[in-house]
Design a protein around this ligand. Structure first.
Ligand code: PBG
Length: 313
């Protein structure tokens, strides 16, 4: 009877797996603050991607981790066709074709030596408009490498319009954008900084949203929609379920939510201590995000949960 009347469903196709691919490693490197998640080599990435697709996940979101010595102030190795992320995209596009939606993080923070999401001005602040030019080049390089959907996550004003114009001019009309629209300056990104070997000192509060605010995020969503976003995202998920609900109520395009590294780490740590029922907590967290309005959920548990939902685990 409960199954008959359940209002919210969770299916493998709703889930997107974020994946890290690193240069300069010979085998997958564990991320200590995210037990069970690794930085992949190009080979292990292909294997894990195929496993996720076989489990039925809706898509893959790739993040690149360059060698520290390859980072510079402009994040050049994130734009270069031979950079770690673009090589991974090319390899998965060849391997998987249209079997999944191949997504790329379109942001500079993994590639800059200062760790910010954009290039800096003389005073050390992030230069919004100079960053847009770099995003435009990065987007075209990612589309050239075979990405289907780009995830601009840097929270620069005008990034969606700048990327759209660059993609169209390069003949990539069919490549879309999952815009990180309402992205908060969150303490829960902590483990991600280890995952991508971030060089960041300081914080991102000059370009990410203040956790206290709701209206400015809804404005960000409206701006991204006006600029041509094909889907919009709210991030993190758990602390922002109200923002997610309001976004879902107003958005004419699909809405995604990102269950981020710190959310993964919290549930994992509590479960390792025997304090909560791991599998039940994972499912409850994901159903809650779906109930709050997410069409799509990015989660580091995507493969495992997809396998569980289809009875393969
Ligand atoms: C920025 C980016 C971040 C995450 C995804 N894209 C980090 C940040 O904004 O500081 C966080 C993802 C997570 O914590 O799981 N490129």
């Amino acid at each position: 009877m409960r199954r008959l009347v359940a209002e919210t469903s969770l299916e493998p196709r709703h889930l997107v797996l974020p994946m890290f691919v690193a240069d300069g490693i010979d085998e997958p490197r564990p991320i200590s603050s995210m037990p069970g998640v690794v930085q992949h080599t190009q080979d292990s990435l292909r294997e894990a991607a195929s496993e996720a697709v076989a489990a039925g996940v809706g898509g893959l979101m790739l993040f690149g981790v360059p060698r520290p010595e390859d980072k510079d102030a402009r994040g050049t190795c994130g734009v270069a066709p031979e950079g770690v992320l673009n090589r991974a995209l090319r390899s998965l596009a060849t391997e998987l074709g249209d079997e999944t939606v191949l997504m790329a993080d379109t942001c500079l923070d993994e590639f800059t030596d200062h760790g910010h999401c954009g290039v800096l001005d003389a005073a050390g602040g992030v230069d919004n408009d100079a960053t847009l030019k770099q995003y435009a080049d990065m987007a075209v390089a990612q589309a050239d490498a075979g990405a289907h959907l780009l995830g601009p996550s840097g929270m620069m004003d005008g990034q969606v319009a700048a990327i759209r114009a660059a993609l169209d001019a390069a003949g990539h009309q069919e490549v879309g954008q999952l815009a990180y629209a309402a992205k908060y300056a969150s303490a829960f990104y902590g483990p991600f900084r280890e995952a991508v070997g971030s060089s960041l000192h300081g914080d991102r509060r000059t370009y990410q949203q203040d956790p206290a605010n709701r209206r400015e995020s809804l404005r960000e969503v409206d701006l991204d929609l006006a600029e041509g976003a094909d889907m919009v995202m709210v991030k993190p998920a758990m602390s922002y379920l109200d923002v997610l609900r309001e976004t879902a109520d107003r958005s004419p395009v699909p809405v995604a939510a990102y269950q981020i590294s710190g959310e993964y780490a919290m549930i994992t740590a509590a479960a390792q201590n025997g304090w909560i029922d791991r599998d039940a907590a994972i499912l409850e967290s994901l159903v809650g995000i779906r109930r709050a309005g997410a069409d799509i959920v990015l989660t580091y548990w995507a493969t495992e949960v997809a396998q569980r939902l289809s009875g393969r685990r």
